[in-house]
Design a protein around this ligand. Structure first.
Ligand code: PLP
Length: 438
């Protein structure tokens, strides 16, 4: 049983207990070998005239993970200027960074942006305002930029993650394209990249459909474009009843469309993709200690209280996302493991909740925010609960100081099996270090 593997990676209970003895729970645990193999899947994707993958670093911006992904040859999709700066701290050169952001850097940040653009960072204009503000600078330094287009349709795992339909504000809408193009022309700005990101975790068919949409936009409006960026959004199965995107199929569709674009126009477009979830979701785990077990009467529920839920893994509360649960004894014996279906005890309906003062502070919720019990072994106080699928949008997205809890530590299992702390737990003093009092 000690050698039983967790889900799809070789994370062993022995390593887990070792990690638990190294840092206090809750903490995140990442698997380097898994990240590297995911990176390599993108270089093996079918392609036409070059495919450049960028890591959407908002999924997880931890420096060690960025370093791993950088060493695999990826570029960066940065969603903010600070993300770009953190990518540079991790060793990415500015030329490897595409900045696609809703924010409009001004004052000191504007100077930082201009400095990075002169060093090669590519700016992706996401609105007419952004275009107007960047145009004089881009013209002065003869810098080409990209256009993020709002295609009018999108797809996401939930409405909050659809970034392509009329309910989302991302990109320059097709109806504003004429105005944007004439603005670029007036300022002598070359647009050589077109970008669309339709959403996260959506239907692969919508992703496939966007290939044609985007290429036809390029054909119609962008004679100088050399690069087509298809965005991210490759969905990942965290649970057994979910399905992951098939990179090979999507790559073949893109390849076919790019070959046919070449036949029609004589133009060979370089393709880019921007995975976040796909690289990291199943490379990470959240490790918790069970602090208490209680029930709410005959018609109620059995609750396992863990030492960190919404403030370390917000996705269940935000989206109703499910993360596979493993229950482990302090001796490292697996009591139950959702992905393999293994259970050494009868499974019971258990609700997993956290320590914040919110009834929505739970790891087992449905999309309507109702508690949603799961069939797992009944944990005891002192057991450990491991949630899988927690490598993307977990650590980076967490409202960690809520209820004055400390930001959790991060540990990496190196390819060698060595455990390395890549971020220590925030200290108690750091929570309030910027406060002045009266
Ligand atoms: C979030 C985001 C991505 C990554 O999405 P995933 O679903 O994590 O793959 C890619 N590109 C842009 C512009 C994004 O905002």
């Amino acid at each position: 049983m000690i050698d039983q593997t967790f889900g799809k990676t070789a994370l062993s209970p022995k390593n887990l207990i070792k990690a638990i003895k190294t840092v206090p729970t809750p903490f995140y645990l990442y698997d380097e070998a898994f990240i590297r193999s995911r990176c390599r899947e993108f270089f093996a994707m079918p392609q036409a005239y070059g495919l450049f993958p960028r890591f959407a670093m908002k999924a997880n911006s931890s420096r060690a993970l960025l370093q791993i992904i950088q060493s695999e040859g990826f570029g960066i999709d940065a969603s903010s200027l600070n993300e770009a700066r953190r990518a540079i701290q991790a060793g990415f050169s500015p030329e490897k960074i595409l900045l696609t952001t809703q924010e409009i850097p001004n004052a000191e940040n504007r100077l930082i942006l201009e400095d990075l653009m002169r060093k090669g960072l590519k700016y992706n204009a996401c609105s007419l305002t952004q275009l107007k503000l960047i145009a004089p600078f881009a013209q002065k330094h003869a810098l080409s930029i990209g256009f993020r287009i709002h295609p009018g349709t999108g797809s996401g795992e939930s409405v909050t993650r659809n970034t392509g339909d009329k309910y989302s504000s991302f990109g320059i809408h097709l109806e504003n394209l004429d105005e944007a193009l004439s603005l670029a022309k007036q300022n002598n700005i070359m647009i050589n990249l077109v970008h669309v990101h339709i959403g996260s975790g959506g239907d692969p068919e919508a992703w496939r459909a966007n290939i044609d949409t985007e290429i036809s936009i390029i054909e119609r409006f962008f004679p100088d474009v050399t690069t087509v960026n298809f965005g991210g959004g490759f969905c990942v199965a965290r649970m057994n009843d979910e399905t992951s995107a098939n990179l090979n199929d999507l790559g073949l569709s893109a390849q076919k469309a790019l070959f046919s674009f070449y036949e029609r126009t004589g133009r060979k477009l370089i393709a880019e993709v921007e995975p976040g979830t796909y690289l990291l979701a199943n490379a990470g785990y959240l490790v918790n200690t069970v602090m208490d077990v209680k029930t709410t009467g005959k018609d109620g529920f059995t609750f396992a209280l863990v030492d960190g839920a919404m403030e370390v893994l917000t996705r269940p509360l935000l989206y109703g996302s499910r993360h596979p649960i493993t229950v482990l004894s302090p001796e490292g014996i697996i009591k139950s493991d959702e992905l393999s279906g293994f259970s050494s005890l009868p499974k019971e309906q258990i609700v997993v909740v956290g320590r914040c003062c919110e009834s929505g502070d739970a790891l087992t919720l449905d999309t309507e925010h109702h508690i949603n019990p799961r069939a797992i072994a009944r944990p005891e106080t002192g057991d450990f609960l491991v949630s899988g699928g927690a490598g993307a949008y977990a650590s980076s997205m967490s409202p960690f100081n809520y209820n004055s809890h400390q930001q959790a530590a991060e540990i990496l299992i190196r390819e060698s099996g060595e455990l390395k702390i890549i971020r220590s737990r925030q200290s108690f003093e750091q929570i309030s270090q910027n406060e002045m009092g009266l």
